[in-house]
Design a protein around this ligand. Sequence first.
Ligand SMILES: *[C@@H]1O[C@H](CO)[C@@H](O)[C@H](O)[C@H]1NC(C)=O
Ligand SMILES: *[C@@H]1O[C@H](CO)[C@@H](O)[C@H](O)[C@H]1NC(C)=O
Ligand SMILES: *[C@@H]1O[C@H](CO)[C@@H](O)[C@H](O)[C@H]1NC(C)=O
Ligand SMILES: *[C@@H]1O[C@H](CO)[C@@H](O)[C@H](O)[C@H]1NC(C)=O
Ligand SMILES: *[C@@H]1O[C@H](CO)[C@@H](O)[C@H](O)[C@H]1NC(C)=O
Ligand SMILES: *[C@@H]1O[C@H](CO)[C@@H](O)[C@H](O)[C@H]1NC(C)=O
Ligand SMILES: *[C@@H]1O[C@H](CO)[C@@H](O)[C@H](O)[C@H]1NC(C)=O
Ligand SMILES: *[C@@H]1O[C@H](CO)[C@@H](O)[C@H](O)[C@H]1NC(C)=O
Ligand SMILES: *[C@@H]1O[C@H](CO)[C@@H](O)[C@H](O)[C@H]1NC(C)=O
Ligand SMILES: *[C@@H]1O[C@H](CO)[C@@H](O)[C@H](O)[C@H]1NC(C)=O
Ligand SMILES: *[C@@H]1O[C@H](CO)[C@@H](O)[C@H](O)[C@H]1NC(C)=O
Ligand SMILES: *[C@@H]1O[C@H](CO)[C@@H](O)[C@H](O)[C@H]1NC(C)=O
Length: 680
Amino acid sequence: MLQTHNYKMNPFSCFIKVVLLITLFTLSESRNCNNTDHILISKAFASVSNFNTSWFKCSNTTISQINLPSKNLTGTLSWNYLKNLTHIHTINLSNNSLKGYIPTWFWSTPSLTQVDLSKNKLGGAIYGSGSGLYSAQVLNLSYNRFTNLVNLSSFSNLYVLDVSHNNLKVLPYGLSSLMKLQHLDLSSCNISSLLKPISDLGSLEYLDVSNNHMSGKFPNDFPPLSTINFLNISFNNFTGSLPYDKVQRFGNTSFINSGMLFKHANVTKNHTKTHHAPKTMSLHSKPKDPNPIKKHEKSEKNKKPFWKKRVFLIVVISGTLGLMLLAIGVSICCVYRKRKMSKKNKWAISKPVNHHQPFKLDKSGPFAFETESGSSWVADVREPTSAAVVMFEKPLMSFTFKDLMAATSQFGQESLLAEGSCGPVYRAVLPGEIHVAVKVLESARGMSHDDAVCMFEELSKLKHPNLLPICGYCIAGNEKLVLYEFMANGDLHRWLQDLPTGKTNIEDWSTDTWEYPIDSSSPEKMEWRTRHNIAVGIARGLAYLHHAQSVPIVHGHLVPSNILLSDYLDPRIADVGLSHNQVNSPSTDSDVYSFGVVLIELLTGQTSSEEMVTKTRKLVRDGRGVDALDSRLRLGDNSVSEMVECLRVGYLCTAESPGKRPTMQQVLGMLKDIHPLTTD
Ligand SMILES: *[C@@H]1O[C@H](CO)[C@@H](O)[C@H](O)[C@H]1NC(C)=O
Ligand SMILES: *[C@@H]1O[C@H](CO)[C@@H](O)[C@H](O)[C@H]1NC(C)=O
Ligand SMILES: *[C@@H]1O[C@H](CO)[C@@H](O)[C@H](O)[C@H]1NC(C)=O
Ligand SMILES: *[C@@H]1O[C@H](CO)[C@@H](O)[C@H](O)[C@H]1NC(C)=O
Ligand SMILES: *[C@@H]1O[C@H](CO)[C@@H](O)[C@H](O)[C@H]1NC(C)=O
Ligand SMILES: *[C@@H]1O[C@H](CO)[C@@H](O)[C@H](O)[C@H]1NC(C)=O
Ligand SMILES: *[C@@H]1O[C@H](CO)[C@@H](O)[C@H](O)[C@H]1NC(C)=O
Ligand SMILES: *[C@@H]1O[C@H](CO)[C@@H](O)[C@H](O)[C@H]1NC(C)=O
Ligand SMILES: *[C@@H]1O[C@H](CO)[C@@H](O)[C@H](O)[C@H]1NC(C)=O
Ligand SMILES: *[C@@H]1O[C@H](CO)[C@@H](O)[C@H](O)[C@H]1NC(C)=O
Ligand SMILES: *[C@@H]1O[C@H](CO)[C@@H](O)[C@H](O)[C@H]1NC(C)=O
Ligand SMILES: *[C@@H]1O[C@H](CO)[C@@H](O)[C@H](O)[C@H]1NC(C)=O
């Protein structure tokens, strides 16, 4: 009965027959598949939950790739079954929750060239068997739990090696034999060895050893810098001094707290020019980058930004791994006038030591920071550890301004998310994987320490699913820094407008802008239901502010760029309570008006402006609301009347006379009535 195999017979067929019989009874998915490789895969993943055998086509051909990144695979792989997959060349299981150890023999699988096991919970050793050389060329083991027993001597074909974010403690053995290595990432591995063993790696183009305790002397213990395009040795304990002319091309952020001193003279003047990873590049990439091999083959100068870009992107995306660490961005706004004023006074308020020195590498303050647009802010503290970061939800975490500096590359350009009309916003990942957006409140410079504490404490009490929560603050001299949860989907304005990311348009009508990868083909944007849900969410948040407090809280600056979107596209209103010291104190009526404008933008897809509002109002008044609707919405179906109805709510909210505008409570009611499916 087993004579009718149509796959190639092989020496293991006896075994296979047995496996086949077992499989027939145990694995329902593969009941109809008698392909050898298919069976092996099913067995290998038998104790991995969320695995689905139907991901692999049952055909008579051999399986050469296991490409299952981000499938929420949980459990332990039975590596032994992979042994006989003789044609396998790529294994990509990154971003799952695989546990256990990788057996030594695995690496000697003859055809294996690319292995990406990053972001799992794999542990133990990576150990060469000592016999023969392995074929692996690209190996990514980052973000796992590998320990110090790593011996790489047999991996001499590697040209990309990423073992970052493991707990290696010492430099892996055998690194020096990887003579083809072009890309080496050993960052955040708690390594306290000498760098010297890798000083012979002559092909390196990318080297990241940041965030360890490595020692060594420049330049003798370093690999030849001439071929290196990307270098990061920050946060280590190296000695020696860096000749500016040799290292300037890497940018200053490559050397923060590396233990080495610059030969200072010319470093800072050219600071802004030497940044090799413009922020427009660092965040603009799509999650699915082409694989490292292709990029390496291109061997272009733009390799450097590419890698950097990837690292940044993954930092962003990794935030979503833990449920609580969802990424957020914040945009905050204040009044124009205020900004102009504070700009004028800036230097008077907080005297910087040196106007030409945006990064101060010394240990004691004041610390001056420069943003891309050329404005500056100064943390006037002597010891960066003396300014505590107060975390509301995590009172046991003790961070200081120093940690913020470390987490933002000293508030470097690559951490800058946005520059709005009331101050720069930075992205930071604090120890413990706490992903935050840090906003420098320029408008609060004049506020006293106690008043600021009071304000932050009050704001922290405002809790609503549609308000962007403040998670902490830090007062450093005159500067008040507020920490928000970080949001991956950016703000409503960008989302709606499909804005190309990376353009911070400071004079934009809607002020703050955020950079995120935006998928312009996203089907959600065409969904009426999504937009309706966003409208209802914003209305809920505002109604909470206006009606659920003893004294109504006025937002005062509700614009689409101030509304951030969670992973599930739920809106979170940012910047609550921070425009309180405006001159013309706004009222709840003006919030209702602003809400109406947001609603109009949401329905029409057009960036709102006064003319836009007037035009839309006229169309609604003339009963031609349907002509104003965003053409991207699926206008064919029967929800058009709902959309028009919703637009009419926007019309009511933007009534010229404040007295005629509905309250947010009424608005919420009307919006909920429009689409009965929206649950409360
Ligand atoms: C293997 O499957 C093919 C079709 O899927 C079938 O024609 C063939 O008879 C099967 N062989 C065995 C040994 O069951
Ligand atoms: C596997 O995927 C198929 C099709 O994608 C689906 O019908 C099936 O229910 C899945 N099986 C499991 C166990 O999830
Ligand atoms: C696989 O089967 C197809 C027909 O289903 C056949 O054309 C092809 O030659 C087979 N390939 C191998 C390697 O047996
Ligand atoms: C990792 O997987 C999670 C779900 O398991 C997903 O939300 C996240 O986007 C993935 N990250 C990347 C970088 O693909
Ligand atoms: C991942 O799988 C586990 C069960 O194995 C499940 O509880 C969890 O919700 C899944 N997570 C995602 C993001 O699908
Ligand atoms: C793999 O092949 C070998 C023969 O080279 C055999 O002894 C072994 O049982 C096979 N293992 C599996 C899991 O099929
Ligand atoms: C590493 O492996 C090589 C051979 O693979 C062996 O010669 C060497 O002794 C090993 N080093 C250590 C420290 O285990
Ligand atoms: C850095 O190296 C110096 C000596 O070179 C040593 O005294 C110091 O303790 C080291 N610091 C760390 C954090 O390892
Ligand atoms: C700094 O630049 C000046 C010219 O701008 C040059 O003469 C001097 O040698 C440089 N110093 C160092 C340490 O590179
Ligand atoms: C600083 O940059 C300018 C142009 O960007 C260049 O002409 C000058 O030589 C640079 N100075 C040093 C010391 O590299
Ligand atoms: C593995 O898959 C992820 C997600 O698709 C991708 O970003 C990564 O580049 C892949 N790894 C390799 C080595 O191709
Ligand atoms: C390795 O994987 C991590 C996480 O998936 C990613 O951030 C990193 O860019 C990858 N390294 C390389 C060299 O592709």
